[in-house]
Design a protein around this ligand. Structure first.
Ligand code: NAP
Length: 353
């Protein structure tokens, strides 16, 4: 929401700190690919418009943002970011001004917003209302927001779990993985997670109730590790990382196993993605490997919100988040997702209420 001269008459003009993309990225991103600058924002909507202005309280750091930092020759499933413009992603905010009949000043909402203090939202109907403000508002970037819905939809709708299934989750302590594991436990599955540090492994076993967990960085032979934890094979592999992990998993799947393909973070910074050499296992074991996108499930969001809020209140689901304080820390927080620096869901507190 930089500039905005056309609205100058509409309301108060305030400084607006924001994180912009400096240049398109190839390979591993660096903090220097982004810049924190200060522009201005108007705390009013253009007269007659159905837009709203939100004050951003929390913004989310998500791995898919890396893809948006690359210039694509063919359009990707989400638009590329534009150098010089503010980064956008899911966030939690408070409505400061609104011309939309369904949103009023003071409403707490979450949706696609800017990495900045104030955002003009042209289409407020793409936002969700926050129905459980008694829970921490930051949860709406994670367990009660996009990653939570991803875990819920991917595990139940794509994974089609049954009680007693053997479930493996990679990137298991992260935003999505920690919830998949707990939903699997609630379903009566046997659950093993992999993560990149002993601290995370400990969290999986003690806080999130996984049956077993291992540090994949310490395993010389992933296939041997999986055989150790799944002597009878894997029914559901919730795929978050891709690459060599997927290859090792395919050899350990059971007949008629399911692989909800949520993401492949190990590939996002590679200029040449790795190959997977044993895809014939999909045939031999009659596997169903199915990609999915969370936005296809947004129409079920409020159903999900009620269910997950219930689990949180009943203590059936635990949640760990990693909060960076201030937009200045946002570039480092985002990059940290690709080195595993985050412990739990990574987000940025823009302004605490
Ligand atoms: N399909 C959808 O609609 C959808 C929606 C949301 C997220 N996703 C995908 O879900 C996955 C998890 O996302 P999230 O938000 O929950 O992230 P997250 O797990 O909270 O954070 C990313 C984690 O990935 C792990 N990682 C990073 N580089 C890795 C590598 N080279 N090999 C193995 N692990 C690596 C790190 O954990 P360790 O320390 O354990 O390595 C890091 O902490 C991502 O692939 C994301 O793109 C998909």
């Amino acid at each position: 929401m930089s500039g905005g001269g056309a609205m100058a008459a509409a309301g108060e003009e305030v400084p607006n700190k924001m994180v912009i993309l400096k240049r398109y990225v190839t390979g591993f991103p660096s903090e220097d690919d982004m810049e924190v600058v200060t522009g201005t924002a108007h705390l009013a909507v253009p007269p007659g418009s159905a837009a709203m202005v939100v004050k951003n309280l929390y913004v989310s750091c998500d791995p898919y943002m890396r893809g948006r930092m690359t210039k694509h020759d063919r359009p990707s499933y989400v638009p590329d970011f534009v150098p010089g413009e503010v980064l956008v992603n899911f966030g939690v905010g408070k409505v400061m001004a609104s011309g939309h009949p369904d949103f009023k000043v003071g409403d707490l909402v979450w949706g696609m917003t800017g990495w900045e203090e104030y955002t003009l939202v042209p289409k407020p109907e793409t936002f969700f209302k926050i129905n459980h403000p008694e829970l921490p508002l930051s949860y709406y970037t994670g367990v009660l927001g996009m990653p939570g819905l991803t875990a819920w939809a991917g595990f139940f709708d794509v994974g089609k779990p049954k009680k007693g299934d053997y479930v493996f989750v990679s990137a298991a302590s992260g935003a999505v993985g920690q919830l998949v594991g707990q939903l699997a436990k609630l379903t009566g599955c046997y659950v093993v997670g992999s993560a990149g540090s002993d601290e995370k492994v400990n969290l999986l076993k003690t806080k999130f109730g996984f049956d077993e967990a291992f540090n994949y960085k310490k395993e010389q032979d992933l296939d041997a590790a999986l055989r150790r934890y799944f002597p009878e094979g894997i029914d559901i592999y919730f795929e978050n990382v891709g690459g060599q992990t997927l290859e090792a998993v395919l050899d350990n799947m059971r007949v008629h196993g399911r692989i909800p393909v949520c993401g492949m973070i190990s590939q996002y910074n590679l200029e040449q993605p790795e190959g997977v050499h044993n895809l014939f296992q999909v045939v031999a074991k009659r596997l169903r490997m199915e990609g999915f996108m969370v936005f296809d499930y947004f129409n079920q969001y409020y159903k999900f919100e009620e269910e997950m809020a219930g689990y949180l209140k009943e203590g059936k689901v635990s949640y760990v988040e990693d909060v960076a304080d201030g937009l200045e820390k946002a570039p480092a927080a985002l990059i940290g997702l690709f080195t595993g620096r985050n412990v739990g869901k990574q987000l940025v507190a823009v302004a605490r209420e």
